[in-house]
Write a protein that binds this ligand. Structure first.
Ligand SMILES: Cc1cc2nc3c(=O)[nH]c(=O)nc-3n(C[C@H](O)[C@H](O)[C@H](O)COP(=O)(O)OP(=O)(O)OC[C@H]3O[C@@H](n4cnc5c(N)ncnc54)[C@H](O)[C@@H]3O)c2cc1C
Length: 314
């Protein structure tokens, strides 16, 4: 990014924050990732729209992130501008059984406020890190409940500045997938939930949290499950376990001993270390069981074709 472009994008920020050469390791749950040329936390929707106009005029590449809890960012970082909605656009409102949440609201906040209001539907997502925007893109799911089940409407902004409103039926939500276009940013979502007794919701939440602690390596940094499950009765974790790969290390990265589909960072792991283990697991599972794994995590900043040798989309 040249100095003229840097000035143009700095000049359009008044409420939010713009940082240059910002290490993305500070903004991912892995604690991994090289710098973003520019890292933008919008102060509000208007500032975001203004920024999109400038970056489009300047032909600067745009990448959107929530709280980076499902992303592996390359060690060389991400060119252009990374727009992060973590801690931004976090308006929140409950009106009866209708809940409106800005894309930057954390899932933890959404789950807690719904519990306080005695609303049932999103308690399964307790303990899932991330933002409402990221959860909708990924169609976050836990303990049989998916965020898409209760969504009514979603408001987005395209990179060329057009606002769109989707109803649930317009979006093809699937297993860890949604029908949003790659060129749009989720701004806000409205959920419709049902009333329920807070004690029951609290009990359920506690049960889910206990199960999470028992099954997942929550003491180390990770991005949750690396691969999608090939089928509902065949998990990627089971295949990786059967292939004898649990505990395999590369540098400070490890295929968790506790959960075969969690690849963890003990402190100084690089994206290359995690990528090495991802490719190893993909190859070994294919050779031993004939199953091609598919990535669940989103990869950012890798060279085109980086994942192709193992048949991964990246
Ligand atoms: C310990 C741990 C446990 C986890 N457990 C679960 C689990 O049980 N179930 C589950 O489903 N996931 C789980 N995850 C994965 C992750 O938390 C979810 O996928 C979460 O919804 C991602 O949200 P995020 O804001 O961090 O998104 P990010 O990781 O920042 O982004 C994910 C994708 O969404 C896009 N995106 C983010 N925000 C927007 C937006 N506003 N507009 C447009 N695009 C956007 C990004 O470009 C990227 O492609 C876990 C992760 C960890 C670290």
């Amino acid at each position: 990014m040249d100095p003229k472009q840097q000035t143009a994008i700095s000049d359009c920020v008044s409420k939010g924050q713009i940082l240059f050469d910002e290490p993305l390791s500070r903004h991912t749950s892995y604690g991994i990732g090289g710098p973003a040329e520019a890292f933008f936390l919008p102060g509000d929707n208007k500032e975001l729209a203004r920024m999109l106009r400038i970056v489009s005029q300047e032909a600067i590449p745009v990448t959107v992130m929530g709280s980076g809890s499902n992303c592996l960012v390359s060690d060389t970082g991400v060119p252009g501008i990374v727009i992060s909605l973590a801690d931004c656009l976090n308006n929140f409102h409950i009106d009866g059984s209708s809940v409106t949440a800005g894309a930057g609201v954390t899932l933890g906040y959404l789950v807690n406020r719904c519990l306080q209001a005695g609303l049932v539907g999103v308690e399964n997502l307790v303990g899932v890190p991330g933002t409402v925007g990221g959860a909708l893109i990924m169609n976050a799911r836990a303990f049989g409940g998916e965020i898409s089940t209760h969504v009514d409407r979603v408001r987005t902004l395209t990179l060329d500045g057009k606002e769109r409103i989707y109803r649930r039926e317009d979006l093809q939500f699937g297993y860890r997938s949604s029908g949003f276009r790659p060129d749009e940013i989720i701004l806000e979502a409205e959920f419709h939930l049902k009333a329920g007794p807070p004690e029951t919701i609290a009990d359920l939440q506690q049960r889910f949290l206990n199960e999470r602690k028992a099954r997942q390596p929550l003491k180390q940094r990770s991005a949750g499950s690396v691969f999608k499950n090939p089928a509902s009765d065949l998990t990627a974790g089971m295949l990786i376990d059967k292939a004898g790969l649990k505990g395999t290390k590369r540098g400070d990265a490890e295929i968790s001993v506790k959960h075969g589909n969690f690849f963890v960072n003990y402190g100084k792991a690089t994206a290359e270390d995690i990528a090495f283990l991802i490719k190893l697991a993909t190859r070994t599972v294919r050779q031993q069981f004939g199953t091609q794994l598919e990535l669940e995590i989103r990869t950012l900043g890798f060279q085109p074709g980086y994942w192709e040798d193992e048949g991964l989309a990246g």
